[in-house]
Design a protein around this ligand. Structure first.
Ligand SMILES: Cc1ncc(COP(=O)(O)O)c(C=O)c1O
Length: 359
């Protein structure tokens, strides 16, 4: 494993950095340092902690034309005893490499990925917020930098990690879901399970429609029948039907969410039934009308859990859920946040502590 080389300018920059804003927002502030690694000639050459700054890219860099890029999103928490912990970063490391394989990009050994995350966290320790619901959001990403117009995998890459002290993404407003029955986000054999820009680019026109219709989130359905629920553009989906949790089973068109997995584990260990299966949107709408589904929620690293208020269909008809601030979703949210922030014990291996450096 390569050690991250620490540049003195980066240390000087981060020492002077502080944020005093009761409304941290999401991505509004970015720490003035970044980890950067260069891949060339079949290997990761070096890892550096540098001052944050613009990248210099040749206009022919492959990422700018063919979208060869991947990213991750993960959170880091300050516990009441001031210790700093990443939440399940091993899962992000694993998912990053799954995305890398699908996008024909080089993998980063898990211990190398984790070491790079630890370094930016350790140097950003004073920027990890204190209030419940706040965290340091890490955004590792990789781009193809080889110069050339030929459509083939790049041989050169940049890996970067930036960090953002962030507030709760959850506005407190329940989510109004727009059911996308025409466009699709991803098809079997495609790249839906990978965390790569193309999936998000494909979601934007529907996002604009969703917002114009007064909704908040697009719900994507399967590519063949436009019938089965897959996920939202940046979150997974759960419905509570007859008292049990139901969530779409994973397949290659759905991102394997770490929040989704954590919720399933917490729910099962709290005695709730969880079914991972194909769920048609019409089944959920019928269950809501029949009073068997009072509650649904969406989940992801940024928002944790946000309750669904209603579903709007293509003909603009709206089905409202009876109990938008559903008890079960909010209880699961509280449990997960308590574990992440050190207010309740987390299952073994869920918290990865960050070394306390003096610098
Ligand atoms: C498409 C998509 N689905 C689901 C999720 C939720 O995944 P996680 O819980 O790992 O943040 C995300 C966010 O990362 C996402 O971008």
């Amino acid at each position: 494993m390569k050690k991250v080389e620490i540049h003195p300018d980066a240390v000087e920059r981060i020492k002077k950095f502080s944020v005093n804003d009761p409304q941290l927002g999401f991505g509004k502030y970015v720490c003035p340092i970044m980890v950067q690694a260069i891949y060339d000639n079949g290997e990761w050459k070096r890892f550096d902690l540098l001052p944050y700054g613009p990248l210099s890219l040749d206009p022919c860099a492959k990422v700018l034309h063919y979208g060869q890029e991947i990213f991750e999103g993960m959170k880091v928490f300050r516990h009441p005893d001031e210790s700093i912990h990443m939440f399940r970063p091993e899962m992000n490391a694993r998912r990053f490499n799954q995305s890398a394989r699908r996008l024909s990009m080089p993998e980063i050994p898990e211990d190398q990925f984790l070491h790079a995350c630890e370094v930016i966290c350790a140097y950003s320790k004073n920027a990890v917020p204190r209030r419940l619901g706040e965290s340091l959001y890490l955004r590792p990403f990789m781009i193809a930098t080889e110069v050339g117009m030929g459509i083939r995998p790049s041989k050169q890459f940049l890996f970067i990690i930036i960090a953002s002290p962030s507030g709760s993404y959850f506005s407190g407003e329940d989510v109004k879901v727009y059911i996308e029955r025409e466009e699709i986000r991803s098809a079997p054999g495609g790249i839906g399970f990978a965390k790569t820009g193309g999936n998000y680019a494909a979601s934007l026109s529907s996002y604009a429609k969703t917002i114009a219709l007064g909704c908040d989130q697009t719900m994507w359905l399967d590519a063949y029948e436009h019938k089965y629920i897959e996920e939202m553009s940046g979150m997974n989906f759960f419905a509570i039907i007859d008292g049990a949790l139901h969530t779409p089973e994973l397949c290659d068109t759905i991102l394997d969410g770490i929040t989704r997995k954590s919720i399933i584990d917490i729910a099962r260990s709290s005695g709730l039934q969880v079914h991972e299966r194909r769920i048609s949107i019409d089944e959920v709408l019928a269950a809501a009308k029949e009073d068997r589904c009072h509650e649904a929620f969406v989940c992801g690293t940024a928002a944790v859990i946000a309750p669904v208020a209603s579903f709007m269909d293509k003909d603009k008809s709206v089905v409202k859920l009876k109990e938008p601030h559903g008890k079960i979703g909010m209880q699961l949210r509280e449990k997960l946040i308590d574990m992440q922030s050190g207010r309740a014990p987390a299952p073994a291996g869920w918290l990865h502590s960050v070394p306390n450096l003096n610098f």
